[in-house]
Design a protein around this ligand. Structure first.
Ligand SMILES: Cc1cc2nc3c(=O)[nH]c(=O)nc-3n(C[C@H](O)[C@H](O)[C@H](O)COP(=O)(O)OP(=O)(O)OC[C@H]3O[C@@H](n4cnc5c(N)ncnc54)[C@H](O)[C@@H]3O)c2cc1C
Length: 423
């Protein structure tokens, strides 16, 4: 007999798990489908930052000035694998079209309700999952090595200020006082005070999985290979069997485009790959209190415990399954060794994951335009760990016919189907 469910969630990262938990709370009979490989999830390896101010997409007006360096792979913020370029032309076309001040400001306004709800949603989730001790609201720092670099971020500050995102500007001495673990001399820094962070996000994901299981959640530990409309529901074929569900949530992170394409939806998406590596802090170093973005190195250093940090790289545009290239994380690690007093690396190999990215920096959340009972919830790019729990609530609203509390019109799937207008 074929297994059945009210709703199947494809993908067990932050977005899929939060959706499954929220659907379960609404008393739907849920099946979560995920192969269950912890390190394969991007939700495992990120910086854990939950910031109301994460409203500024990568496609920024500043892109045009940096483009020559980006194209030469001469800026650590981005490494482009040219053999992959033909496959992401629709993504790049949308990306360039989005890199204008008007579009940047619009995206910030659209993202604000989502990022503003993120910390409270995490607090609630952590309380349910018993992980409150992993969550701290100590802010996060964007540090600038030169006055010029700080001046270059004036538009960002203007947008944040207009939206009431709280921050303090620190000079080099004030920064050292706030964060004595930093040994590098910075010209200025922005401390975003409302920001929180999760220590070891992978542990939060594990705790959510345990919560889902304890509350009776059913799961299929497998990869869904095909999604087919069937009467008033869906048949999901997976390695090992089939499942029939009345509704389906596609929340497979950077792999979502593959299943969507078979249904005729060709989304302009890309995998923005990123790496991390852990380092011990030198025993004489004070602990790092909050994540720090060193804008000069295009890398984040995030505390994962009192005595260890996670160093994270910038963006690599390449196929999800292409062999790793450790150039960026090695450079980020060298820079980090001049920023903090570090001991040795704590893992043998750097971790690699793929940000599920849309060109305009906004997720895809909404009902599929041409199929009943299919909800899209992917494309959270750089902010999926933080906004995953809010997305879960939105998904549960959509599945139960309620109006989501966060306006989702800007996240409509339709905007990323087809080619953009470039002028
Ligand atoms: C270096 C780096 C730093 C980051 N820092 C931050 C940060 O500080 N704050 C923040 O908010 N975000 C951050 N992010 C982004 C964040 O990690 C992602 O946006 C988020 O994890 C995406 O969650 P997800 O659930 O969509 O995808 P994932 O966590 O990747 O989960 C997708 C799941 O779907 C499963 N799956 C795939 N295909 C199938 C299939 N066919 N059938 C069944 N299951 C399938 C996968 O195995 C996986 O378990 C960072 C990312 C990187 C790489």
């Amino acid at each position: 007999m074929v297994e059945t469910a009210d709703i199947a969630v494809i993908g067990g990262g932050m977005v899929g798990l939060a959706s499954a938990l929220a659907l379960q709370e609404r008393r739907l009979d849920v099946v979560l489908c995920d192969p269950g490989e912890a390190r394969a999830r991007t939700s495992f390896g990120n910086a854990g930052v939950i910031s109301r101010g994460s409203i500024l997409p990568m496609a920024s007006p500043a892109l045009w000035g940096k483009l020559p360096a980006y194209l030469r792979n001469a800026d650590r913020a981005l490494r482009l694998d040219y053999t992959h370029l033909p496959r992401i032309i629709p993504y790049l076309a949308h990306f360039l079209a989005a890199a204008r001040e008007t579009r940047w400001r619009e995206a910030a306004a659209s993202l604000l309700p989502l990022t503003s709800a993120a910390y409270a949603a995490h607090e609630r989730l952590a309380a349910r999952a018993g992980t409150t001790d992993r969550l701290a609201r100590t802010g996060w720092i964007k540090a600038y090595r030169t006055e010029d670099a700080f001046a270059g971020a004036a538009l960002e500050r203007d947008i944040l200020e207009r939206h009431g995102v709280a921050f303090e500007i620190l000079d080099g001495d004030a920064l050292r006082e706030r964060e004595p673990a930093l040994v590098r001399r910075y010209a200025r820094a922005m401390l975003l005070t409302e920001t929180g962070s999760v220590r070891e996000p992978g542990r939060l994901i594990e705790a959510c999985e345990a919560l889902y299981a304890q509350t009776g959640g059913r799961r299929i530990r497998s990869t869904v290979t095909r999604l087919t409309p069937d009467g008033d529901g869906w048949v999901l074929a997976y390695e090992g069997g089939t499942l029939w569900a009345k509704q389906v949530v596609l929340a497979a992170g950077a792999a979502s485009g593959v299943l969507a394409r078979e249904l005729g939806y060709r989304f302009a998406l890309a995998a923005e790959r990123g790496y991390h590596r852990h380092y011990a802090l030198h025993p004489d170093s004070p602990p790092l209190s909050r994540p720090v973005l060193d804008t000069g190195a295009a890398s984040i250093i995030a505390p994962m415990g009192p005595d260890r940090v996670r160093v994270l790289s910038g963006v690599e545009l390449n196929a999800r399954h292409a062999a790793p290239n450790h150039g960026q994380i090695e450079a980020a690690s060298r820079e980090a060794a001049d920023t903090l007093r570090l001991g040795g690396p704590l893992d043998n190999e750097p971790w690699l994951g793929s940000r599920p990215s849309t060109p305009d920096g906004m997720p895809v959340i909404g009902r599929a335009p041409r199929h009943r009972g299919l909800i899209f919830a992917f494309g959270h790019g750089h902010i999926g760990l933080s906004t995953g729990p809010v997305t879960g609530e939105i998904v549960a609203d959509l599945a139960t016919g309620r109006e989501p509390a966060v306006p989702i019109a800007p996240f409509a799937p339709q905007r990323l189907l087809g080619f953009p207008r470039l002028i």
